[in-house]
Design a protein around this ligand. Structure first.
Ligand code: ARG
Length: 475
């Protein structure tokens, strides 16, 4: 006799080999889907009743039974006695518990349904749930952190870097708003764009649909999903929503990792731009002085796991025939691993942002090094009618002149020296005293006027816009 209630065609079950029982099961991983599985089952039963396949009493027994099971699992978690590895997964455990609890009506729940459409539906409801209720709120929390840092330190003038070499001066708020922009794109475009999770595979059955009069639109609406008209073969064979979602998680990791790297550098003694909160640094077992940025390093390091999940999912799906294959069971291992990792990283990131301080005096110390105002001087020359390419050449020559004469900033040059360089480039523009208003990082950050700039005006505008947006969200 087969041990599994759905294996009547075989003369014996996989219990003959305990390793096979464990190997085929996914219960340890898909247990967490129980609220979504139960919601899907209640929607399915409601629809079966609507189309005349369940009586009032049967529907009410099923619904009451499923709700009771949900409360039991809520309370007992992993200790719930219904978790039986020989039943393979969350779907069969819940169904078996229901049949045990309510008897015959429970045996009707699986009418017109397969675990193939059931699991694909569960995943989609789960993704929609966690995007709205977990990931996006965590991203909001992080955005708020950057915004409040921008409010505190936004005015601090600092260098920006390309190639990690000093580039143009910015205000710290300009950089904070860059992170805000990055993570808000993630929040809206990446996660809201997980569009295939809006599909409802329920009612597709195992692969080809059902000869019973199931109303797919009805279950779809009950579950808050949007489309129910996908082809039954596609919707049971596809893990597109899982991959989309894991891609969005990978993009989150990518940006968290870039930010982590930036702040690891800022937190170094060499830079000293920021000091991380004590809760987010660790000491060394040997070197007593250390305050290492381990949490940031781990955020950076864990990115590999998240990408790994994405690549695993893509690879898992490649080469599968159209229709369910058991390979697809492995999806949840990667999906949940990426999700759990990113959730942790987002929480830690928010904590780090909340507790980091900017060292204004230290940033100021080295600010006059690296010719941060060179581009500004070239733009000054442009306003005097010099072609930009020529202006670039003139300023390059002036930088060289400073280097060769033991000076380190363009402000140290006289107007005459600048005019000599203009003349040497064959240009008749005249530099006047107003040039000094274009030199020095503090002056430069006030001069940017392009939309979205990382200087004072851009930062103030972006901050005001964001505050308005967040107030709007809160209303
Ligand atoms: N645990 C399975 C999964 O996660 C459920 C679907 C099983 N379907 C099947 N035909 N064996 O994919």
């Amino acid at each position: 006799m087969s041990q599994k209630p759905w294996e009547h065609a075989k003369s014996s079950g996989s219990e003959a080999d305990p390793v096979a029982t464990r190997f085929v099961a996914s219960l340890d991983i898909d247990q967490r889907l129980y609220p979504h599985d139960i919601a899907g089952s209640i929607a399915h039963a409601t629809m079966l009743h609507h189309v005349g396949l369940l009586t009032d009493d049967e529907l009410s027994a099923i619904t009451t039974g499923l709700n009771a099971i949900k409360s039991e699992i809520d309370e007992q978690g992993e200790a719930w006695p219904g978790w039986k590895i020989e039943l393979e997964d969350v779907h069969m455990c819940v169904e078996a518990a229901l049949i045990e609890k309510i008897g015959e009506p429970g045996r009707k729940l699986h009418t017109g349904r397969s675990r193939n459409d059931q699991v694909a539906t569960d995943i989609n409801i789960w993704i929609n749930d966690v995007v709205v209720n977990v990931i996006q709120p965590k991203l909001d929390h992080l955005l708020h952190g950057f915004i409040s840092l921008a409010e505190q330190y936004g005015h601090v003038v600092m260098p920006s870097f390309t190639h990690l070499q000093r580039a143009q001066p910015i205000v710290a708020g300009g950089e904070m708003m860059a992170w805000v922009d990055a993570f808000s794109h993630i929040k809206t475009e990446r996660f809201t764009g997980v569009s295939t999770s809006f599909d409802s595979p329920l009612g597709s059955g195992a692969i080809a649909g059902s000869s019973l009069p199931l109303d797919r639109d009805m279950t779809c609406k009950q579950l808050g999903l949007v489309y129910a008209n996908d082809n039954s073969m596609y919707s049971t064979a596809s893990r597109d929503s899982t991959i989309d979602f894991t891609y969005a998680l990978s993009m989150t990791s990518l940006w968290l990792s870039r930010w982590a790297e930036q702040w690891i550098i800022y937190n170094s003694t060499e830079f000293g731009f920021i000091t991380l909160g004590d809760a987010y640094t660790t000491g060394s077992s040997m070197m007593p002085q250390k305050r290492n940025p381990d949490m940031l390093e781990l955020i950076r390091g864990k990115t590999g796991q998240v990408y790994g999940s994405l690549v695993a999912l893509l690879t898992m799906c490649k080469g599968l025939t159209i229709g369910y294959n058991r390979d697809l069971q492995e999806d949840k291992r990667h999906l949940f691993s990426a999700y759990d990792t990113v959730c942790d990283c987002l929480d830690i990131a928010a904590g780090i942002v909340r507790t980091t301080t900017f060292n204004e005096a230290r940033i100021k110390q080295g600010l006059d090094r690296g010719y941060l105002d060179a581009t500004s001087l070239a733009e000054y020359l442009v306003t005097k009618g010099v072609a930009f390419r020529t202006a670039h050449q003139i300023v390059g020559a002036l930088v060289r002149q400073c280097d060769e004469t033991d000076r380190y900033k363009l402000e140290q040059l006289s107007v005459d020296e600048m005019n000599a360089a203009v003349e040497a480039a064959g240009n008749d523009a005249v530099v006047t005293d107003d040039v000094y208003d274009w030199l020095g990082p503090e002056n430069v950050v006030k001069r940017y006027q392009t939309a979205g700039n990382a200087g004072l005006t851009g930062f103030r505008e972006q901050l005001a816009e964001w505050k308005e947006r967040l107030n709007g969200d809160a209303e």
